[in-house]
Design a binder for this molecule. Structure first.
Ligand SMILES: *[C@@H]1O[C@H](CO)[C@@H](O)[C@H](O)[C@H]1NC(C)=O
Length: 725
């Protein structure tokens, strides 16, 4: 997985610096980006390379191009590229250079958001977990160790891009980069060190001489060398700090992410198109859909508490790479209309008039005579007849019509001429034949444990090498304890900073608790059946992705930090938090690599009538042949609780269909201000039932499917399905 592909770069770097800026071919003014002397309206979409497979990339990029995009935007994911200090990974889904070259081959540009903070519902916001443990470090502030590490990574990425000649002045597709990400709110909160850090980051980035502009998004206090830009559901009112910069929208939110326990958010395309048209009619010249293809949080990359494995985002290309209609087609039509207006848009400012109530008209007339008009009806309830140059135009509520010649309406944001997709998940006939293996509950006696007085923070111990950490201790009960006679069992209370917890008493599951998306903290409080003598208490604490956003989120705790107490003994309450605890990182099945072919052959599996069902901490395996055809594949996990799934040794992510979506899934009208809770589906259903199985991970036959189930489920009802639209 680690490669030395780019390890020689620093030595030859100076070579490029001299070749660098042959000619500054990317520039800008207040109207727009200027590429090779031409002002452009740039239409962009986010596709995050690790959220799909390299085999999917060409098709996703082509569909983005067919959808009218000029630019593909992606973050760069530091923790994927440098899993341990100095050990780099640019292979497979992390082959950034390949991804960028594919975009180039398709004839599109790239906006490279190096960050390295990315937020992105990605583990620890993209920072490697080891970075947390660099002595004296504090993330995203004026802190020496952090700045050294950040500069090292940014420099590394820039060097690779230069070496591969990927910046536009070198003939490459990268026309802009981003440093930091949504730092404004943090700077506002921490003040002076935040300001100093922003100035440092800007200077550092500009000093790398890429020959293309740097952007900072959601950063009002931007240094003069950098372009500030807007992120949100609407950005028409945004103005760059410096009036000589183009007006950019780096994140047009096409939907929202799904969290386990929450419903699935949708953003109606009529409102999405309306927000984009509104931005463009107000001088906007660059906009980027976040996400254009959301994809999948494979492995343990999902974060920002309880974020689901699916990162579909209600994007124009669905998680599986299929056009999601009418969203994809209606936006394609919008882009055509905007491009027809481009000559007028890039060479004039709009003249704005208000012909009637809730009516607004923007007219762009260039010196060469090009004319484009945008007619708007802002009324969220009523349609209107708008008179423009003595012609009537019918406008539905909350909509904008586009007239690229100031006469003909070629597009209205609320008149959708594209059919909705009907998605089908079709089970493949022929059931799967399962085998099971029961994970044993370890106890404090095990030799391979770490022993400490008191409770340790989970990630400090695991370094996030696993979601799981066992906390184990012994509880001695005297033979004359009152409860042994009365049967009034003592109350065990365990408090955890998150995110899920299974409590085992003497090897038997006593209960499971988990946090929710508003509060990852949890409390287990139950009367427990203890016996005279030594009782084994084993707490399995489970992380579900590390926080990715918030002030110094890198310092947020995970795991059992106490109190832990036993109440109702003759002595009253016994505090267990300060006694001796033993720690074991990960599950036994993980250390045996049961998810791989070789690992899975190291234990005895059970099958037939003995197959474990509805039992906690069980591993399941089966093999299957690749279904015919090219339709995308998924696993229907409806009968399972919580855990992780692997195909041929690759993790397709955490499953948690046992977490049922709570929320409001009422009727949804596209008109009126949108927010992420407005149009939701799947209330009362699993937040995520289907899990994407990339075709390219399969062999024609004998594919190993392994499921780790924490809660207990019925694997015989798992099915492989094809997705068709
Ligand atoms: C467009 O930009 C010009 C020049 O900065 C400004 O005067 C005008 O108010 C802007 N128009 C809109 C609708 O934002």
């Amino acid at each position: 997985m680690h490669t030395t592909k780019y390890s020689i770069l620093p030595a030859i770097k100076s070579l490029f610096l001299s070749l660098d800026i042959v000619s500054a071919t990317v520039s800008y003014d207040d109207k727009a980006f200027i590429i090779n002397g031409q002002r452009k309206i740039l239409i962009s979409g986010s596709i995050h390379y690790p959220r799909s497979t390299p085999q999917m990339w060409p098709d996703l990029i082509q569909k983005a191009k067919d959808g009218g995009l000029d630019v593909i935007q992606t973050y760069v994911f530091w923790n994927g590229h440098e899993p341990s200090p100095g050990k780099y990974n640019f292979e497979g889904r992390f082959d950034l250079v390949k991804f960028i070259k594919l975009v180039q081959q398709a004839g599109l540009y790239v906006h490279l958001r190096i960050g390295p903070y990315v937020c992105a519902e990605w583990n620890l916001g993209g920072f490697p977990v080891w970075l947390k443990y660099v002595p004296g470090i504090e993330f995203r502030t004026d802190n020496k160790p952090f700045k050294v590490a950040m500069q090292g990574f940014v420099q590394k990425i820039v060097d690779i891009m230069k070496y591969e000649k990927l910046f536009e002045p070198q003939g490459g597709p990268i026309i802009m980069s981003q440093i930091e990400n949504e730092y404004g709110p943090v700077e506002w909160e921490i003040g002076a060190p935040g300001k100093a850090y922003t100035a440092w980051a800007a200077n550092m980035a500009v000093g790398l001489n890429t020959g293309v502009p740097w952007i900072m998004c959601k950063q009002e206090d931007v240094p003069a060398s950098i372009i500030d830009s807007c992120n949100g559901f609407y950005c028409e009112g945004f103005r760059p700090k410096n009036p000589n910069k183009p007006k950019m929208w780096t994140e047009v939110w096409t939907g929202w992410y799904t969290q386990y326990g929450g419903p699935v958010p949708h953003r109606p395309v009529e409102d999405l198109a309306f927000s984009v048209a509104r931005f463009v009619q107000n001088n906007g010249s660059f906009f980027n859909y976040y996400m254009y293809h959301g994809g999948t949080n494979f492995g343990r990359t999902a974060a920002g508490l309880f974020v689901a494995t699916s990162y579909d985002y209600d994007a124009p290309l669905d998680e599986y790479g299929l056009p999601y209609e009418p969203k994809w087609g209606h936006l394609r039509d919008l882009h055509k209309a905007i491009k027809q207006c481009e000559p007028a848009l890039v060479s004039s400012y709009p003249k704005v008039t208000w012909p009637g109530k809730n009516q607004e008209v923007h007219v762009f007339i260039s010196k060469s005579g090009a004319c484009a008009a945008f007619l708007a009806n802002y009324d969220p309830t009523f349609s209107t007849k708008l008179m423009f140059q003595n012609h009537p135009y019918d406008l539905p509520p909350w909509s904008i019509s586009i007239l690229p010649d100031c006469k003909t309406e070629v597009y209205n944001t609320a008149k959708v001429n594209v059919q909705s997709s009907k998605v089908k998940m079709t089970p493949i006939s022929g059931g799967l034949s399962w085998q099971s293996y029961n994970e044993e509950t370890p106890s404090a006696d095990n030799s391979d444990t770490l022993v400490r007085d008191g409770l340790l923070e989970q990630i400090y111990v695991t370094r996030d090498s696993s979601d799981y950490l066992w906390y184990m201790t012994d509880v001695n009960i005297a033979s004359n304890e009152g409860f042994l006679k009365s049967g009034r069992w003592p109350l065990l209370t365990v408090m955890s900073a998150g995110h899920a917890l299974h409590v085992f008493i003497n090897g038997k599951l006593s209960g499971s608790v988990y946090g929710n998306l508003d509060n990852p903290k949890l409390t287990y409080s139950h009367n427990v059946n203890l016996r005279a003598g030594v009782n084994k208490i084993s707490l399995l604490s489970v992380a579900v992705g590390l926080a990715n956003v918030g002030l110094h989120y890198e310092k947020w705790n995970t795991g059992v930090l106490g109190p832990v107490s036993l109440n109702g003994l003759d002595e009253g309450t016994r505090d267990l938090a300060k006694q001796k605890w033993s720690y074991k990182v990960g599950l036994k099945g993980e250390s045996l690599s049961l998810h791989t072919v070789t690992g899975s052959s190291s234990v005895e599996w059970i099958e037939g009538s003995q197959l474990a069902q509805k039992q906690p901490l069980t591993w399941y395996k089966t093999t299957f042949n690749a279904p015919q055809g090219n339709d995308p594949l998924a696993l229907d996990m409806i009968s399972m609780g919580k855990g992780e799934i692997w195909i041929n040794g690759e993790s397709i992510g955490r499953h948690w269909p046992g977490y049922i979506a709570k929320g409001n899934c009422g009727a949804c009208n596209y008109a009126g201000i949108y927010k992420e809770t407005k149009c939701q589906s799947d209330c009362g259903q699993p937040s995520q039932r289907w899990y994407h199985v990339p075709r390219s991970w399969l062999n024609p036959s004998g594919n190993l499917l392994v499921v780790l189930e924490e809660w207990g489920g019925d694997p015989t009802k798992i099915s492989l399905v094809t997705r068709t639209a």
